[in-house]
Ligand binder design. Structure first.
Ligand code: PLP
Length: 366
């Protein structure tokens, strides 16, 4: 197959064609360098210019000021599940976890290995189809931090705004919705995201951390695990993932130059998600959304069909039409359409049309 499909994978996921073409163009020789980005020193002027441009773009997109450091790390979001408590959760302290889906549960499980945790809320009773109200949160006023997942990639539930946690530093796993909408970064103690959902290829994880929190890192902990070591060395304590950072630079440039920044991409994301949710709302007897309507994700649209047979048929017929990777995660079942920033509206329209036709062909047979 040489035609590009509409790829609804949850991650690694679709990337902008323009960026793929830039990578292709520069693959053998970066302009002015004569070698690919993979072949040059991370201490070379050419690479320093790339990592500085990536950081500048991220700061511009998220309006990050001097109070926060931006780090480029490896180990994915899973390593952050451990690094965050290792750096921020001192002896005798407790960390709050708001568990709204599979990733929050995984983050909590790793934190428990490091220190004391408090489950401020857990949505398991309704299989993570909703989010807590402020009044439902059982927060500890002296908590070292409060961790939540802004978008649960598997269940498809997304916070519209940050939970209110008072003076406790807010820590957010934004792996699957970073750069999908503007944020008020002043509200965050730490925000992290692996790149391979909405920001680029696997291999780099962006951590935005309030500089004041860097004081909590114990100098005797393993160097790579220490946020302060990475901040002091501008993410160059060891060799950073140079290729992934180069792509992140191109993606953030695409957001700024071609998408109207985060306000522009947010409007496009809302429009795309509405196309699919309208189908669910119009066909409740055939398509059942997993997330409650008020907390539906703009990134991962999850729904079920009347039977497993119809679900399998939906996935295979869609694939034959160039709509791929629509099978839901086994813990939720059904279908998951991941429609990240780089998914063009034409892809979502094609999926919408397919869903309508499939419904009409099978609604009486169910
Ligand atoms: C994918 C994902 C992770 C895990 O990321 P890795 O880079 O594989 O460790 C964590 N949190 C969320 C919300 C995710 O979507």
């Amino acid at each position: 197959m040489t035609q590009r499909v509409y790829n609804f994978s949850a991650g690694p996921a679709v990337m902008p064609v323009k960026v793929l073409e830039q990578i292709q163009r520069d693959m053998l020789a970066l302009p002015g360098v004569g070698a690919s980005v993979m072949e040059i020193s991370h201490r070379s002027g050419a690479f320093i210019a790339i990592i500085e441009a990536a950081e500048k773009n991220i700061r511009e997109l998220l309006s990050i000021g001097d109070d926060h450091a931006v780090l480029f790390l490896q180990g994915g979001s899973r390593l952050q599940f451990s690094m965050i408590p290792m750096n921020l959760l001192g002896a005798g302290q407790v960390a709050d976890y708001i568990v709204t889906g599979s990733w929050g549960k995984n983050a909590l499980a790793e934190a428990k290995k490091v220190g004391e945790t408090n489950v401020a809320w857990d949505g398991k009773e309704t299989n993570y189809d909703r989010l807590p109200d402020a009044a439902e949160l059982n927060l500890q006023p002296q908590a070292a931090y409060c961790h939540y997942t802004s978008n649960e990639t598997i269940q498809g539930v997304q916070f519209a705004t940050e939970p209110e946690v008072g003076d406790v530093p807010l820590v957010c796993d934004a792996s699957s919705d970073i750069f999908s909408r503007p944020l008020n970064i002043a509200k965050y103690g730490l925000l992290y995201a692996c790149a391979q959902k909405n920001a680029g290829p696997a291999g780099v994880t962006v951590v935005v951390i309030r500089k004041e929190l860097l004081k909590r890192s114990d100098p005797n902990m393993a160097g790579y695990l220490n946020f302060d070591v990475h901040a002091q060395n501008e993410s160059m304590w060891n060799t950073p993932p140079t290729f992934a950072i180069y792509v992140l630079r191109l993606i953030t440039q695409w957001l700024l130059d071609d998408c109207g920044g985060l306000a522009g991409i947010e409007a496009a994301n809302r429009e795309k998600a509405a196309l699919l949710y309208d189908v669910l709302d119009d066909s409740p007897e055939f398509y059942q959304g997993h997330a409650q309507p008020e907390v539906r994700s703009q990134m991962n649209v999850t729904f079920r069909l009347p039977s497993d047979e119809l679900t399998a048929q939906f996935v295979s017929e869609a694939k034959a039409q160039g709509l791929t990777d629509l099978k839901g995660h086994r813990s939720v079942g059904g279908i998951r359409a991941s429609i990240y920033n780089a998914m063009p509206i034409a892809g979502v329209e094609k999926l919408r049309d397919f869903m309508l036709k499939f419904r009409d062909a099978h609604k009486d047979a169910k």
